[in-house]
Design a protein around this ligand. Structure first.
Ligand code: C2E
Ligand code: MG
Ligand code: MG
Length: 622
C-alpha cells in the first residue's frame, strides 16, 4: 500500500469516528436522547443504530454501560443486555500494560484518541481506538465512547513497516554478498566520524580492491566470480570486529571502517590479517581460485576529517598498494598523493603529445658480432615535451599501458616505422628488419595483425621486415585468454603473416625454456643489467653464458643489449653470442641519420677511436 493510500484509510477512519461522536454528542447535549425511547428524533437514533462504528454510553462514576449500538454489540459479540452488565473497564484494557483504564477514560481528551484493546466474547482482544466525550444527562454524568476497530489498520501498518524495512535493507545492502552497500556507507560513515571526533579516537578507512579479479571473471565466468566475491566478503567480515563496517562498494571494491581505534598498530595488524586471509586459495566449483587484495588506508583525523576526503585518500593509497606489486596495504601519504597527481598530469600531457606531434621514433642498430654488419634496427619511442624536454620511455610507457594509450601510441610507432622503411628503400638503402617494442596490452587489446597487414600493404613493406619485441613478463603473465584471444594465439597469428618474434629483456622475468620452445621465438635479447657487469661479475657471466648456450640449443638468435665497451663485446663473442646492440656501436638515431646503418657494409664504429672509459661514462642514450 502506498503512503497516499495509507493516509486515505486513516483519514477515513478518523472521519467516521468523528461523525459518530458528533451525532451522539449532539443527541445527548440537546437533551433529546432518551436512551432508546426517542421517537421524535428517530433519524438521529437511526444514525447511531446504523453506524458501522461502535458507540457506547456509560456512567461516568461507575463506568457501567448504559447503552450500546448494534455495531458495538457485533464488535464485542455481546448482546445489549450482556453489555449493560459490564463496566468499561471490563470491556477495554490498556493496550500496553493491560491495566485498568478507568482513570484514563474519565480524564480523556475528546480530541486525542485512546488506543486500547477490546475484549470480545471468547476472550479475544481486538486493537481498538476510542474517542471519549463527557456529557451531562440531567443530573447524571456520562461518557460517550466511540470505539473503532483498528486491527486491520494495525495489520496494514505493521505490514507497511515491514515492507519499508525490507526496502530500506534492499536499498542499503548488496544482494550478492549481503554486505551493506555504498548508500549505507554514505548514511553511516559521517556518524561514525562524528563519534570518533567526540571520543577523541581514531577511525580508519580501508579501501580494498581485489587484484586481477577481472581476469578471473573473464576467464572463469561470472558465476565463479560471484562465488569468489561472496567468499571474500565472508572472510573480511570474519576478521573485523562486530562494530566495524564492511561495505561492498561495487565490483571488486570493498570498504572497511575500523571504529574507535586507539592504537595505530591495530590498523596495520587488521590490514595484514585481511591480506593474509584473502591470499589463501579458495575452492570454487571444485577448482582452486587465488585472489589477493590491495588495500589503501586513510586515517581520521590525520588524513582527512570528512567522508569525502577519507575515501579519496584511501583510494589513492590503494593505487599505491597496486603499484607496489599488489597483495599489500599502504597508508595514505601526501608524497604518494603528489606522485599520483603527477602521473595523472603525465597521462594528460601524453594524450596531448599524441595529437601534437611531440612523439618521435629513433633507431638503434643491432650488429652481427662476427661481421659487424647491421642485421636489424630497433625502433625506440621518443617524447619531446615542449616544456619538460625529453621524457624517457621508462617514465611514460607504464602510464600509457595502464591507460590504454599504448594502443594508439603503438599504432603511431608502427606507422612511422613503415613510412621510414619505405622512404629508406626508395632512397636506395639496403633495408634490414626493424624491431618494434610491443606491450602485452597491445597484443591482447588491439588487432595488431590487421594493423600490420594494412600498413604493410599501404607502404609496400613486407611483414617479414618487422620483428616484434615482447617482454617475457608481459607475455607470460597475460598468457591466459583475456580479451577473447590468448597472447599465445595472438603470437601464433602474427607469425603466420611472417612477423618475427623476439623476447626482450630476457633474464629479468620468468626465463622459461618451455615457452620459448612452444612459441618458437626467433630471438631473445639479454637484458642490459646482465651485460653491464659481464666482465667483472662472475655470476652475471654464468647467467649470460647459460642463456647463450640454451638459446643456441633451441636455435634461437641471441642479442646482447646495452653493449658499451669493447671488453663486454669481446666477452660476449667468446660466449658465443651472435648479436649485439648498444652505444658502443651507435646510439639511437633519427630516421634521417640512419643511412649509414643501411649500406650492407660492416658498420664503422663511431667510437672505434674513443677510449673505453669515456664511452662508459656517457650513460644512457637519448
Ligand atoms: P628496450 O626495448 O630494452 O630498449 C633498449 C633500451 O636500452 C633503450 O632505452 C635504449 O636506448 C637503451 N640502450 C641501448 N644501448 C644502450 C647502452 O649502451 N647503454 C645504455 N645505458 N642504454 C642503452 P629507451 O629507448 O630508453 O627505452 C626503454 C624501454 O622503453 C625499451 O627497452 C622498451 O621496453 C620501452 N620502449 C621504447 N620504445 C617503445 C615503444 O615504441 N613501445 C613500447 N611498448 N615500449 C617501448
Ligand atoms: Mg626492445
Ligand atoms: Mg630490452
Amino acid at each position: 500500500m502506498l503512503l497516499e493510500e495509507r493516509f486515505l484509510v486513516l483519514t477515513g477512519v478518523a472521519l467516521a469516528a468523528l461523525l459518530a461522536a458528533l451525532v451522539v454528542v449532539r443527541f445527548v447535549r440537546s437533551g433529546r436522547l432518551t436512551l432508546g425511547r426517542s421517537a421524535g428524533y428517530a433519524w438521529c437514533r437511526a444514525a447511531v443504530e446504523q453506524s458501522v462504528t461502535g458507540v457506547l454510553l456509560a456512567d461516568l462514576v461507575s463506568l457501567r454501560v448504559l447503552d450500546a449500538n448494534p455495531a458495538m454489540q457485533r464488535a464485542t459479540g455481546l448482546s445489549l443486555a450482556e453489555l449493560r452488565r459490564l463496566t468499561l473497564e471490563q470491556i477495554f484494557v490498556d493496550e500496553k500494560d493491560g491495566e485498568s483504564i478507568g482513570p484514563k477514560l474519565r480524564q480523556a481528551d475528546p480530541r486525542v484518541p485512546l488506543r486500547v484493546r477490546q475484549r470480545c466474547r471468547g476472550g479475544e482482544l481486538v486493537d481498538t481506538e476510542l474517542s471519549v466525550n463527557r456529557l451531562a444527562i440531567g443530573a447524571r454524568n456520562a461518557l460517550v465512547v466511540v470505539a473503532h476497530d483498528i486491527s486491520v489498520r494495525r495489520r496494514i501498518e505493521a505490514q507497511l513497516l515491514e515492507n519499508q524495512q525490507r526496502l530500506d535493507h534492499l536499498a542499503h545492502h548488496d544482494q550478492l554478498t549481503g554486505l551493506p552497500n555504498r548508500h549505507y556507507l554514505a548514511a553511516h560513515l559521517p556518524g561514525a566520524i562524528e563519534e570518533a571526533r567526540r571520543n577523541g579516537a581514531m577511525l580508519a578507512v580501508l579501501f580494498l580492491d581485489l587484484d586481477r579479479f577481472k581476469h578471473i571473471n573473464d576467464s572463469r565466468g561470472h558465476e565463479t566470480g560471484d562465488k569468489l566475491l561472496q567468499n571474500v566478503a565472508a572472510r573480511i567480515r570474519s576478521i573485523v570486529r562486530e562494530g566495524d563496517m564492511v561495505v561492498r562498494m561495487g565490483g571488486d571494491e570493498f570498504i572497511v571502517v575500523l571504529r574507535n581505534v586507539r592504537n595505530p598498530a591495530q590498523i596495520s595488524e587488521t590490514a595484514s590479517r585481511i591480506n593474509e586471509a584473502l591470499a589463501q586459495p579458495v575452492i570454487v566449483d571444485g577448482r582452486p581460485l587465488l585472489t589477493t587484495a590491495s588495500i589503501g588506508i586513510a586515517l581520521f583525523p590525520r588524513d582527512g576529517t570528512d567522508m569525502g576526503e577519507l575515501l579519496k585518500h584511501s583510494d589513492t593509497a590503494m593505487y599505491q598498494a597496486k603499484d607496489r606489486g599488489r597483495n599489500n596495504f599502504q597508508l595514505f601519504s601526501p608524497i604518494l598523493d603528489r606522485r599520483l597527481k603527477e602521473r595523472i598530469a603525465l597521462e594528460t600531457s601524453l594524450r596531448a603529445a599524441l595529437q601534437s606531434r611531440q612523439l618521435d621514433v629513433r633507431y638503434q642498430p643491432i650488429i652481427d658480432i662476427e661481421t659487424r654488419k647491421v642485421v636489424a634496427l630497433e625502433a625506440l619511442l621518443r617524447w619531446q615535451h615542449p616544456a619538460q624536454g625529453a621524457i624517457p620511455p621508462s617514465r611514460f610507457i607504464a602510464v600509457a599501458e595502464e591507460t590504454g594509450l599504448i594502443v594508439p601510441i603503438g599504432e603511431f610507432v608502427l606507422e612511422r616505422v613503415m613510412q621510414d622503411a619505405a622512404r629508406w628503400r626508395a632512397g636506395g638503402a639496403k633495408l634490414v628488419p626493424i624491431a618494434v617494442n610491443v606491450s602485452a596490452v597491445q597484443l591482447l587489446r588491439s588487432d595488431l595483425r590487421r594493423t600490420i597487414l594494412k600498413l604493410s600493404a599501404q607502404h609496400r613493406i613486407e611483414p617479414e621486415m618487422l620483428q616484434l619485441e615482447l617482454t617475457e613478463s608481459a607475455v607470460f603473465e597475460s598468457r591466459e585468454a583475456r580479451y577473447g584471444e590468448s597472447s599465445e594465439d595472438a603470437i601464433a597469428r602474427l607469425r603466420e603473416i611472417g612477423v618475427a618474434i623476439a623476447i626482450d629483456d630476457f633474464g629479468t622475468g620468468y626465463s622459461s625454456l618451455s615457452y620459448l620452445k612452444r612459441w618458437r621465438v626467433d630471438s631473445l635479447k639479454i637484458d642490459r643489467t646482465f651485460v653491464r657487469d659481464v666482465v667483472t661479475d662472475l655470476s652475471d657471466l654464468a647467467i649470460v653464458g647459460a642463456i647463450v648456450a640454451m638459446a643456441r640449443h633451441l636455435h634461437i638468435a641471441v642479442v646482447a643489449e646495452g653493449i658499451e665497451g669493447f671488453q663486454q663485446l669481446e666477452k660476449l663473442r667468446q660466449l658465443g653470442c651472435g648479436f649485439a646492440q648498444g652505444n658502443l656501436f651507435a646510439r639511437p638515431a633519427p630516421a634521417s641519420a640512419c643511412g649509414r646503418f643501411l649500406t650492407g657494409e660492416p658498420l664503422a664504429f663511431a667510437h672505434d677511436s674513443e677510449p673505453l672509459d669515456r664511452l662508459e661514462a656517457t650513460g644512457t642514450s637519448l
